[in-house]
Design a protein around this ligand. Structure first.
Ligand code: UFG
Length: 327
């Protein structure tokens, strides 16, 4: 299938592009390189541009006879979204509306959307199922939820079919460690701890040690990037016979910030300074997935559920790219 990968130079998009190509699809990467890295894109068609530009996006969809769109291009930082909500609404909502309008005009109906566990806010029941009430507690989660609703209503018109995949904490690097996580500035826990272990950062800060969890630090469900991408392929296939799909993607096991730090100490064999600081605004205490729906309906299985395996792959990527990607 000819798949437009919006944000295909980013962390998840570039891994997805590699997997699509490996599986015999024809991905076309569409990225403005505001966050992504050209170097992360495998040897496939690359288009430099912005999905917020209706005319250009329409041209790209038509030129490459695109049959489906996978949309990874978004601002993703919870803390930043709290500080700058309008930028998040502009990039994540307004521009996605433009992308959907271009798809509608071009007659491209299949859409696989990167959503997030942040749509749930602070749910009462853990692990989280898809039908839990959505009350996002930060602009990031809200913008993703708005797009899901937009897709839902567009789907009702019969002019689109979509899969919203709600990621828990995506992490790790692809099998050979060549495609991994490199954000500027970095804000995600695992790469930050690895930087501390490599001596590229003075210390790692724990944001909050008074959460109602076993060790007082936040608990998250870490899911390997390859497992995450695998679910996208299955969802894309299932869109042949379905119009609206929504799945949580996580392992269902929670690890605290302290457990992640300990695992990275073990994998790296390095010691580094850990500083306890205040909570980061917008962080829910615990997010773990009930992903049984994806397992049952997509036949999705995870190959790398162990935190240590995930971290080993990330550690390899960071050691192979000590300063991140070059462009
Ligand atoms: N954390 C620290 N110190 C740091 C960085 C993070 O203690 O230096 C903590 C955070 O407070 C949080 C946990 O580590 O409790 C994980 O933080 P990340 O920033 O790595 O990830 P988030 O859980 O905030 O968000 C990630 C993705 C979102 C996604 C969400 C869903 O970035 O896109 O997971 O669970 F929505």
């Amino acid at each position: 299938m000819r798949v437009l990968v919006c944000g295909g130079a980013g962390y998840i998009g570039s891994n997805m592009t590699a997997m699509l190509a490996r599986e015999g699809h024809q991905p076309v990467v569409f990225d403005n390189l505001s966050k992504g890295h050209r170097e992360a894109v495998p040897n496939v068609q690359f288009v430099l541009g912005d999905f917020g530009d209706f005319n250009f996006t329409l041209e790209v969809l038509q030129k490459y006879s695109i049959e489906a769109v996978m949309h990874f291009a978004a601002f993703i930082e919870v803390g930043e979204s709290v500080q700058e909500p309008l930028r998040y609404y502009e990039n994540n909502v307004s521009k996605t509306r433009t992308l959907l309008a271009a798809m509608e005009k071009a007659g491209v109906s299949k859409f696989v959307f990167s959503s997030t566990a942040a749509v749930y806010g602070m749910p009462d029941t853990i692990p989280i199922t898809e039908d839990v009430v959505k009350v996002p507690i930060n602009p990031y989660g809200e913008t993703k939820w708005v797009v899901e609703r937009m897709c839902h209503f567009l789907c009702q018109t019969g002019r689109m079919r979509y899969a919203a995949l709600r990621y828990f904490n995506a992490c790790g690097a692809c099998g050979n460690g060549t495609i991994g996580e490199d954000h500027h500035p970095e804000s995600h826990l695992i790469p930050l701890i690895i930087q501390a272990a490599m001596g590229r950062r003075e210390n790692i800060k724990i944001f909050g040690t008074d959460y109602p969890t076993d060790d007082g630090t936040c608990v998250r469900d870490y899911i390997h990037i390859e497992d995450l991408c695998k679910a996208h392929l299955l969802a894309l296939k299932k869109l042949d016979n379905n119009t609206e799909l929504v799945y949580n993607l996580g392992n269902g096991t929670g690890y605290s910030v302290r457990q992640v730090i300990d695992t990275i100490c073990k994998v790296s064999g390095k010691d580094f300074e850990v500083v306890e600081t205040d909570r980061r605004p917008g962080d829910p205490p615990v997010l773990t997935a009930d992903a049984s729906k994806a397992r049952a309906e997509l036949g999705w299985t995870t190959d790398y559920p162990e935190l240590q395996t995930i971290i080993e792959s990330a550690w390899k990527f960071h050691n192979d790219h000590p300063n991140g990607y070059e462009d």
